[in-house]
Design a protein around this ligand. Structure first.
Ligand code: KIV
Length: 266
């Protein structure tokens, strides 16, 4: 199968086929996402929480994102690789934002970047796209604004917040994003945004009316259990299974049941 491209993502939307997106952070998770035929492997800054064990995405650095994205790109054969721009890699200075976005393509093998925000980052998005770097937007609950929101809370419930999110969606499309993630907003608002935009909407906690869905892989697999947002569906319980296997190994080493002749050399 050939590599998925940005035009392929538009084509899926045009044909009414749902777009699938999952996060990946390292070689084995990227292989799983890729071999399952997921359209987009997103190297999310959620790795701060699910890989590094931090309480938010804020401390994640550009160098860490480049490191993980490079590994994911090495594993992926068909999924489109999108690198997530970390906190303060694009907000302070437009030229720096373009250079940082470029690092994902030049140094890490990504084909696109994602960044958070709407109206406030629209000119930055325009500059990155003008440099030839496809950008995925991200509005609604944008985790890099956790301190403004006072927690990871559903957004867009009152009229002012709804209007702001609609304005953000329009601004991003005008600035040239190829798709937009809608996180933790009411389903009706996601549907309204989908009716206004021509680009694909990718939902996470935004209901069933989006053109595609994204989840954090560790949530889906049951590898992350510090908290579980309402929008997560667990398709496996890999932490339980891994724990069982490691406990069994411990027991067998301690009892002498492992290794046997089978695992030994003559
Ligand atoms: O960082 C991330 O994994 C994300 C997705 C949840 C959309 O931004």
């Amino acid at each position: 199968m050939p590599k998925t491209t940005v035009p392929d993502i538009y084509k899926k939307k045009a044909e009414g086929r749902k777009i699938t997106v999952l996060t990946a952070y390292d070689f084995p998770t990227a292989q799983i996402v890729d071999e399952a035929g997921i359209d987009i492997a997103l190297v999310g800054d959620s790795l701060g929480m699910v890989v590094q064990g931090i309480d938010s995405t804020l401390p994640v650095t550009m160098d860490e994102m480049i490191y993980h994205t490079r590994i994911v790109s090495r594993a992926v054969k068909t999924s489109l690789v999108v690198g997530d721009m970390p906190f303060l890699s694009y907000q302070a200075d437009r030229a720096e934002a373009v250079l940082n976005a470029g690092r994902f393509l030049k140094e890490a093998g990504a084909e696109a970047v994602k960044l958070e925000g709407g109206v406030a980052v629209a000119e930055t998005v325009r500059a990155i796209v003008a440099a030839g770097i496809p950008v995925m937007g991200h509005i609604g609950l944008t985790p890099q604004h956790v301190n403004v929101f006072g927690g990871h809370k559903v957004q867009g419930r009152d009229e002012a917040a709804r209007e702001k999110i609609l304005a953000d969606a329009r601004a991003l499309q005008e600035a040239g994003v190829f798709a937009v993630v809608l996180e933790a907003i009411p389903s009706a608002l996601a549907r309204e945004i989908g009716g206004i935009l021509s680009i694909p909407t990718i939902g996470i906690g935004a209901g069933p009316h989006c053109d595609g869905q994204v989840l954090v892989l560790h949530d889906l697999l049951g590898l992350f259990d510090r908290f579980t947002p309402k929008f997560v569906k667990r398709y496996a319980h890999l932490k339980d299974e891994a724990l069982r296997a490691v406990k069994e190994y411990k027991k067998e080493v301690e009892s002498g049941a492992f290794p046997t002749e089978e695992q030994s050399f003559t």
